[in-house]
Design a protein around this ligand. Structure first.
Ligand code: PHE
Length: 365
């Protein structure tokens, strides 16, 4: 057999293979299990030692040459394929970036995140409660009995049916029922904030039937009004990112706190706009009512299953939407809940701007 001729023919055909498929077919034809060169190798076994000694090296050399040629051709074809692809596919860096989905964080969510960050630093956990409440948690346990005028004042949305225990069901009118739930669930001591939706039948530029509050509750031993004042001051300075926030505490009344304290914050008028900071008593300044608070009423601590001789605490409740309006300058609350993407583009926050105390809790997008 003329191995030299077989080799020339094989190498010529390999050199002419136009693509990787054709080349693979040749590899199978020569070196596959049933391939012609594999067949030649198998004949070695049946040869006499002398014959094998002269023929063996030739067959092996043929196999080597074909295998090398296949590899070389493969590399060449792959290189050519890559070159062609590179020539075909170009990137024009001057083109505008593709349209990305651009959702924004709603200011209410942003403010809730800011509150969670600020209060986490003070050792408060975030608690939640149901928006569909019963009148025991929403009123009775908070020292607002059936006949109490505060029930009527709350413009409550009631459900037509009572729950299994015969309690009237309603949409919670404030986040204060979470105070009761936290005490019953976790006992004392407690440090929580409870942000969430609340509902009252009320609607104008500054009132919507659904709005947001954040409740604060501390239960521990030896808690005083001083702790309340320090906590609110620290919180509001961090939230409004101003050291000159000045608070005024006024005696007030809530059934669930005793004593109760209404908290005003001082503002100045700058270019016709109210800007928080400084004493409200200074010329050109004023006070604006911000939140309700007080020492938790003994009856409420009892309703929460705790001994009021052992445990004391303070609580506060503040409108989240109102905090957002004051900090970020919106003046119509109704726009918060219209779902208008233009409003959200303008007032929303980047999902990447997570509020942190170190970077500032309210970076503009
Ligand atoms: N729940 C009260 C409200 O909705 C606010 C408040 C909470 C007052 C806690 C005192 C203590 O107006």
């Amino acid at each position: 057999m003329d191995y030299a001729a077989s080799r020339e023919e094989a190498l010529a055909r390999i050199a002419q293979a136009q693509d990787l498929d054709a080349l693979e077919k040749l590899r199978v034809e020569f070196l596959g299990k049933q391939g012609s060169i594999s067949g030649l190798l198998k004949t070695l076994g049946g040869m006499s030692p002398e014959e094998r000694q002269s023929t063996g090296p030739q067959i092996h050399a043929l196999r080597e040459a074909v295998s090398d040629a296949l590899a070389a051709r493969k590399e060449a074809l792959e290189g050519a394929a890559l070159d062609a692809q590179l020539a075909r596919e170009t990137i024009d860096l001057s083109l505008p970036a593709p349209d990305m989905p651009r959702g924004t964080i709603h200011p209410v969510s942003q403010v809730m995140d800011e509150l969670a960050e600020i209060f986490a630093d003070l050792g408060f956990a975030v608690a939640t409660g149901p928006e569909i409440e019963d009148d025991w948690h929403n009123f009775t346990a908070l020292n607002i009995p059936e006949s109490h005028p505060a029930r009527a004042m709350h413009d409550t949305f009631y459900f037509p049916d009572k729950d299994a225990e015969g309690r009237a069901m309603l949409l919670r009118t404030h986040t204060s029922p979470v105070q009761i739930r936290a005490m019953l669930q976790q006992g004392a001591p407690i440090r929580i904030i409870a942000p969430g939706r609340v509902y009252r039948s009320d609607s104008d530029a500054t009132h919507t039937p659904m709005f947001h509050q954040v409740e604060g509750l501390v239960i521990d031993k030896g808690i005083t009004l001083g702790h309340l004042k320090w906590t609110l001051e620290t919180f509001l300075k961090a939230f409004f990112e101003r050291e000159d926030i000045v608070l005024r505490l006024r005696p007030s009344y809530f059934p669930f706190t005793e004593p109760s304290v209404e908290v005003d914050v001082g503002f100045a008028i700058v270019n016709g706009k109210r800007v928080l900071g400084g004493s409200g008593d200074a010329p050109g300044h004023g006070w604006m009512e911000l939140l309700g608070s007080g020492m938790v009423n003994r009856k409420v601590i009892e309703a929460g299953g705790l001994d009021p001789d052992q445990w004391q605490g303070f609580a506060f409740g503040v409108g989240v939407d109102r905090l957002a309006m004051l900090k970020y300058g919106m003046d119509d609350l109704r726009a918060f809940f219209d779902g208008d993407v233009r409003w959200l583009q303008h007032y929303g926050f980047s999902p990447l701007d997570v509020p942190t105390l170190s970077a500032g809790v309210g970076v503009r997008p």
